[in-house]
Ligand binder design. Structure first.
Ligand SMILES: C[S@@+](CC[C@H](N)C(=O)[O-])C[C@H]1O[C@@H](n2cnc3c(N)ncnc32)[C@H](O)[C@@H]1O
Length: 269
């Protein structure tokens, strides 16, 4: 797909940046309504998640950075903020409306419209060097495990053993089960959950086992993180419950001397 430019002035003012964000939300919801399995989320990733994804990329690395499923571009934007030159970015997106938007927002990036699960074919002729990293927001959980593993395999065939595959998921466990990744000689690293995203998300980094920088999160560490996640969830729930009961009108001794119309037991979040 050919990239076409959008006048820089249109993107420059804070007002227009806000307008663009709002339109992005609307675009995303529409895409989700049309094809929820493709979109995989109802809104674009928040800035904390996008920034955490970008932080997994080494700006000192060389070679292209391939982004899979950039959507409206929050992670792309964070990659630029991380210091990655736009010219290094190769954005693979299936949804044509998003491709059009990305071409406007990132006129110096290469935008490839195609299926990321057929990565080798989709990127044929688009890479001038082995990519340093693949950054993926694809909703992997909507695909069979074999397809997820095949995607990882294709990505490493392109990147070589020094590359890293960065993936976020709304699930708790690695979307490519660690034992399957290990069977193909990959190590799985799990990062702490990003609570300040809706829904909270977790990032996994896959590296070739031969890579000296490969880190593996031990299974007992994953269990520990799971326990921490559950405890954190319970604490937030309790805090909310307490805040609600503080805000709710007192049943006895309320100014009206009446029972609250809201039954606290019926309130859910
Ligand atoms: C969960 S959204 C993430 C969008 C964006 N990166 C973000 O973080 O807000 C998933 C994106 O992957 C795209 N996508 C899903 N399946 C795809 C595929 N097979 N090939 C390329 N893009 C795909 C969707 O169109 C959507 O833009």
């Amino acid at each position: 797909m050919s990239a076409h430019r959008r006048p820089a002035k249109l993107l420059a003012s804070p007002k227009n940046r806000i307008d663009l964000r709002l339109t992005d939300e609307a675009r995303f919801i529409r895409s989700w309504l049309e094809n929820p399995l493709l979109a995989g989320a109802i809104t674009p990733s928040g800035r904390f998640l996008a920034r955490a994804m970008a932080q997994c990329v080494d700006p000192a690395s060389t070679g292209p950075i391939v982004e899979l499923g950039p959507g409206t571009g929050p992670v792309t934007q964070a990659l630029l903020a991380r210091g990655i030159a736009q010219e290094r970015l190769v954005l693979v997106e299936f949804e044509p409306t998003f491709c059009h938007l990305l071409a406007q927002k990132f006129p110096h990036a290469k935008i490839v419209r195609g299926d990321a699960y057929r990565l080798a074919d989709t990127l044929a002729g688009s890479l001038d060097a082995p990519p340093a990293a693949v950054v993926s927001s694809l909703p992997l959980l909507t695909k069979p495990e074999a397809s997820r593993l095949a995607l990882l395999r294709q990505a490493f065939d392109l990147m070589g053993p020094d590359g890293r595959f960065i993936q976020f998921t709304y699930g708790v466990k690695s979307p490519v089960p660690a034992h399957l990744a290990a069977s193909q000689h990959f190590k799985t690293q799990s990062l702490a959950p990003i609570w300040l995203n809706l829904p909270p998300a977790r990032i996994f980094i896959y590296r070739h086992a031969d890579c000296p920088h490969a880190v593996e999160t031990r299974p007992d560490m994953i269990d520990k993180l799971l326990r921490q996640s559950r405890r954190f969830g319970r604490e937030i729930r309790d805090e909310l419950q307490e805040a609600r009961s503080r805000l709710a009108p007192k049943e006895a001794g309320s100014p009206l001397g009446e029972k609250s119309l809201i039954d606290p037991k019926s309130r859910r979040f």
